[in-house]
Every structure is written in C-alpha cells, then in structure tokens.
Design a protein around this ligand. Structure first.
Ligand code: HSE
Length: 425
C-alpha cells in the first residue's frame, strides 16, 4: 500500500483525534506531512516544523497526496476544497455546514476534476452512514431516514432527564468534552443536525435541498414544565432529524420530539447518535455510534483517507439514477406548543387544535400545523414559547377545537392573569 502523505488544515478537537487514531492504527500506511493552523503562536505538542500558517505550503506541495480539511470556517473551508480539487488533489472534510450549503457545486466540481471529496466524518461521527447509503442502499428506494444526528444536544438532554442537571451546566459539559461546536447555538438550535440531514437527503433520496429550506427547531427553550409533562407520560425528549418519502415527495425537518419508551431512539444516550432507516425491501434498520468527540470523528476521517488510497469516490447513484423527487414542506405535523402568554402564539397558524391546557404555570396546546408555517416564524423564535413534535399516538384527541372558541378562552385566562397581577400589586 502506498504511504499516503496528508496535508491537514486545522488542529482542533477532530484534527488531534485524527492524529491520534492515525498513529495508533495498525493497518494504515500514511502520515501527516504538514498542518496549516490559524494561530502560529499557540503552544503545540508536536514539532514546530510540522506547522505552517500559509495555505499554499500545503495546497501547492507536490509531495502531498490528500488534503484533509478540519477547520470551523465554512467559507474558508470551501476555498480550500475548491483549490485542492482544481489542483488535482482529493479532499476529506468534516465540515457539515460547508458540504450541506455547497453540495450541488461540490458534486459538479468532482465531476469536472475527476477528484473526490469524502465527508463521512461530517455526518453522525463514527456511524458509517454515508458509505452505507451509497454502497448498500444505492439501488433500494428508501421511505424514511430518521434519528439523533447531534451528540451535544443528546448529551444535554440525557443529563437533564437522567441526572436532573440544569441546561446551562449540561451545555458547559458538552463544550468541555469537545462535543459542541465553537458556536454552540448551531447545536442547540438544530442547525448542525439540519446540515447533516441536508447531506443525507442527497445520499438517501438523490435530492439536494439547501439547508435554508429545511425547518430546524432547537432545544434551548425547553421549560421545566415541558420536562415534567414528558416525565409524567413516560416520554423522553430528543432532538430528531427526519426525512420521509410519501407518495414520491420528500419531507424533512429537525425538531425536538417526544419519544415513547418502545421507540429505539428512547435509549440512545449521551453523545451517541442513531440513524433509523426504512427501505422498501429491507424494512427497518438501526445504526448506533458515537456522534461527536475527538477519536470517533477522527476515526471517521481516517477511514475516508484510507478509502481514498483505493480511489474510492461517492457515485451519487440516487442523484444520477432516480427521477428527481420533489421536496415539500406542505405536510401536517402534530405538535405540542407551550407558552407563557397565550397572546404570544399565533393560533391561526394551526390547521386544527386537538388538546389544550391552561394554568398559571404551564399552558400548552396540541394541534396540527403545516411544516411551512414553522419556517422563520416570529412567534417560534420567542423564547417564551416552546414546540415539541408529538410522536404518533402520544396524545389522545379531544376532537378539533375551533380556534375562535380557544381565543375566547385565552382572553378569559388573560383577564384572570391581569386581575391577579392587580391584586398582587
Ligand atoms: N457538534 C457536533 C455534535 C459535533 O454535537 O454532534 C459532531 O458533528
């Protein structure tokens, strides 16, 4: 086997994980020749001659075979990948934002240059889901792909549910353990999971859907009352990414969801990720693995570098061979919405409301809402409101309530609240 010379960009959590896995691997012939870093003055454990702060030292070094891009900045990452491919070098990257936002372009660029971009480490850490979709499921139509795609939020929710840790402490731990993004709002608001879902839409259904078209709701507005509600009913709350093919349209979204104990995702804890898929012939499948952390993600990157050594490339079989399935946000979801003040949610966005509960410390409605109503809605970005998708059958139904009568009830509640405020002044 050829001794692969690697030019590495970035030496953070994943870069160091790659270094460690590469040096401990018994069956990989390769070495990191040079590492490009942003801050040349930072103390490093490795010899100084290995590092440079000049991109060209790596991108135009003829002796380097493969470029590995593990930096945070998506725009700079795209620049590196583009230059590398045009300069006849294949690339491994773990930058999900960059891949998701530019996948159509990256597919074209690979076609033009004949070089490969591999990005297994960008989606669900150590779970080899992209290669599985490409190779094993390249010819089987899939009906659904769904799971826990973000390790940090799963870690936070596990700590909150199982150890009663508060949200802030759990997030700090996820950051200290190297699971969270440099900007953790990408994790807790569901952006990171959405980038991963957008990438999998290409490999599972053959369609490129820009992340801006996919709804992402996060876990940062969860209330104690929401947790109590879930606990009382024996449910857990998980941040779930989900894509479904129904009558040859594809629907996809990222939301917190109530998960029943008999659902496989109920027992997936800490930084573990899980991907469930349903195929037309294979029926249900479940993949579990560590979705974040230095070594699991470093190992996924190493596996891609190793794949390049035998000229592996994604063939995008579904993208090229299937008729283009339309993506749609025109489908109803059953959601629980809790709020402080009923006036802060827009009930006219609901198709129907099936359940309601109003009290001074916990008020919510459960109803059906169209996915496209969840895109960029102002009342949803209000941190007093929280939305959780209902797993099918977690709620009984009261029959559809008329929105007008609900508004009248809300007015009554509001009057009661005002009266209470006056009395307490
Ligand atoms: N911040 C990401 C996560 C890292 O928590 O899943 C792995 O992609």
């Amino acid at each position: 086997m050829k001794n692969i010379k690697i030019g590495l960009f970035g030496f953070g959590c994943v870069g160091q994980g790659l270094y460690e896995t590469l040096n401990s691997s018994k069956n990989f012939a390769g070495e990191i020749s040079r590492i490009c870093i942003k801050n040349p003055n930072k103390a490093r454990k490795l010899p100084a001659k290995l590092f440079t702060d000049k991109k060209k030292d790596i991108l135009f070094d003829e002796s380097i075979d493969v470029i590995v891009e593990l930096i945070d900045d998506a725009d700079a990452a795209l620049d590196i990948v583009t230059t590398a491919l045009k300069n006849n070098k294949s690339v491994v990257t773990a930058n999900k934002k960059m891949v998701a936002e530019n996948l159509e372009y990256l597919v074209e660029l690979q076609e033009q240059t004949g070089k490969a971009v591999l990005y297994e480490g960008a989606v669900c850490g150590s779970i080899p889901i992209i290669r599985t979709l490409e190779e094993y499921f390249g010819h089987e139509p899939l009906n659904q792909i769904k799971g826990i795609f973000n390790g940090s939020t799963n870690y936070i929710l596990t700590k909150i549910f199982d150890e009663n840790l508060n949200y802030k402490k759990a997030l700090t731990q996820a950051q200290e353990l190297g699971f969270a993004e440099t900007d953790p709002t990408l994790d807790v608001k569901g952006f990171d999971a959405k980038y991963k879902l957008s990438i999998l839409l290409t490999h599972a259904f053959g369609i490129h859907v820009p992340p801006t078209q996919i709804v992402n709701l996060g876990i940062d507005d969860l209330k104690v009352a929401d947790l109590e509600y879930a606990r009382e009913k024996g449910l857990k709350i998980k941040l779930i990414a989900q894509a479904q093919r129904i009558e040859d349209k594809v629907y996809a979204f990222v939301t917190p969801q109530f998960i029943k104990p008999d659902n496989n995702l109920h027992s997936i804890n800490n930084e573990f990720n899980a991907v469930t898929l349903n195929g037309e012939f294979c029926d249900d499948q479940l993949f579990i693995g560590k979705g974040a952390g230095s070594l699991p993600t470093g190992a996924a990157v190493l596996s891609d570098i190793s794949a390049l050594s035998y000229e592996y490339k994604y063939e995008y079989k579904k993208h090229y061979n299937l008729g283009k399935l339309p993506f749609s946000n025109e489908s109803l979801l059953k959601v629980y919405v809790s709020f402080d003040s009923p006036k802060e949610i827009d009930l006219s966005d609901f198709e129907s409301i099936q359940h309601k509960y109003f009290s001074f410390d916990h008020s919510y409605v459960i109803g059906n809402i169209c996915i496209n109503k969840l895109l960029n809605k102002k009342w949803l970005s209000n941190s007093n409101n929280n939305i959780i998708l209902c797993d099918n059958g977690t709620e009984g139904t009261l029959g559809n309530l008329c929105v007008d009568s609900l508004n009248a009830e809300i007015d009554e509640l509001k009057k009661g609240q005002e009266l209470l405020q006056k009395i307490s002044v």
